[in-house]
Design a protein around this ligand. Structure first.
Ligand SMILES: Cc1ncc(COP(=O)(O)O)c(C=O)c1O
Length: 428
């Protein structure tokens, strides 16, 4: 790996010993920038081994919505650690996941009332797909094993999740031979695309188990936004052709777009929703797939074959559920959604100078998401290194520079992030 941005003699021994043995995410190992050695995090700051401190614009892949090391979450996890870090969920039940399930269904719209816990977003999507396919089988309807997914969509890196992600120009195209074929449609955001989706459903409804969408924001596929009318149309079409609607709120859930859930903003209740990322406030891996009563009822039977056959070893992990309960306490106690509204305003002010800069295709803000879409980014590594040199952690991908800060970010830190983007983009 070349292009190091940290001072070599400030690398701790553990870094030198271990770095040759790890395989990094989404990285060409030969040419990727070496990851920065981190020795601590606090609030919206990342402390590097060489003594530098970076202002964080990513919230660790959109998870750390209350900032890092929030004492309230830490204490809840410590208490749980002393009592019971983990116990299997098969045949045993315990307090934290049961409390959490009740709280999640109270926050979600409509009759989304049954929570299946798992350990990562991709697995929550796998569970949602299995639920949808088996829902039809359990009702005696055969042949419905395909999904309609959307161009620009991303639902994870496991096989089933990849298959409903945009594999035409997404990162999963290589695996086309491994993946089952589903239908990749345009989001219904124009008369033509609504008509095309209607026609697809009219001709194929008998083979469609469900429609899966990231509501309001397609994240990893390019930080693209759509409006609530798209989701309302999807609900109408799913009802018209009697198929299931799945909202993947793994990115959008827990305040990121300005409301607790995008489903609530749209006034739409999906049949199944997936949650993860900010669920634990960015502390521990946890995910949930939540189904409506109608979906759950299709599994309620004297027939063991109608059970949902899934059960990750670490499902409903007590530490992770304690963290999630503490995170929900913070949402209830602190003005998080107001903070998101404040961030949206400040992102608008801070990033708007980019609109006049050369090479900028679009600047858009939704909730605590600020996006500067470039015509192209010639050298992502160089750009990432420039942000680090400017004292910020911002990780652009493809042609997108974006911010998804913690909701607790200090206005001065947010300005540091937006100023760094304006300065760097100006000199690209
Ligand atoms: C919308 C969406 N779904 C699913 C996933 C996969 O989640 P995980 O990385 O926890 O497997 C992601 C991750 O970025 C995501 O943004």
């Amino acid at each position: 790996m070349t292009g190091d941005t940290s001072k070599k003699n400030d690398r701790p021994g553990w870094y030198a010993d271990g770095i040759g043995h790890v395989w990094l995410p989404y990285a060409q190992m030969k040419t990727a920038l070496p990851p920065l050695p981190v020795v601590g995090t606090h609030g919206t700051r990342i402390h590097l081994a060489d003594g530098r401190e970076l202002v964080d614009g990513m919230a660790s892949w959109w998870t750390a919505c209350h900032g890092y090391n929030h004492p309230y979450i830490r204490q809840a996890v410590e208490r749980q650690l002393a009592t019971m870090p983990h116990v299997m969920f098969g045949g045993l039940a315990h307090e934290q996941p049961l409390r959490l399930a009740g709280r999640l269904v109270a926050l979600l719209p409509g009759d989304l009332g049954r929570v299946f816990f798992s350990d990562s977003g991709s697995v929550a999507v796998e569970v949602a797909l299995k639920m949808a396919v088996q829902y039809w089988l359990n009702r005696g309807v055969t042949g419905r094993s395909q999904f309609i997914a959307f161009k620009g969509g991303y639902h994870g890196d496991t096989t089933g999740a990849m298959a409903v992600s945009d594999s035409d120009d997404g990162m999963h195209a290589l695996f086309a031979g491994l993946l089952p074929a589903h239908h990749l449609a345009d989001l219904p955001d124009s008369d033509e695309s609504v008509a095309a989706l209607d026609a697809l459903l009219a001709s194929r409804a008998d083979s469609i188990a469900g429609i899966i969408v990231e509501p309001l924001v397609q994240g990893a596929g390019g930080m693209k936004f759509h409006d609530t009318a798209v989701l309302q149309r999807l609900r109408l079409l799913a009802d018209k052709y009697d198929t299931l609607l799945i909202f993947d709120e793994i990115f959008t859930g827990f305040g990121r777009t300005g409301a607790m859930f995008a489903a609530g903003t749209a006034g739409v209740t999906p049949d199944i929703v997936t949650l993860s990322k900010a669920l634990t406030g960015g502390t521990l891996g946890l995910a949930a797939t939540v189904a409506t009563r109608t979906v759950f009822d299709a599994f309620w039977s004297d027939d063991p074959k109608k059970a949902l056959m899934h059960g990750p070893s670490y499902m409903a992990n007590a530490l992770a559920c304690a963290a999630a309960n503490a995170s929900l306490d913070l949402f209830a106690r602190d003005p998080r959604l107001q903070q998101v509204a404040g961030i949206a305003q400040r992102l608008e002010q801070g990033l708007s100078p980019c609109r006049d800069l050369q090479g900028v295709k679009d600047v858009r803000i939704k909730g605590a998401i600020g996006v500067v879409e470039m015509e192209r980014i010639a050298d992502l590594n160089a750009l990432r290194a420039r942000f680090v040199a400017a004292g910020v952690f911002i990780r652009p991908f493809e042609n997108v520079i974006y911010l998804t800060p913690a909701f607790t970010i200090d206005p001065a830190d947010l300005d540091t992030l937006t100023r760094a983007i304006v300065t760097v983009v100006r000199t690209l």
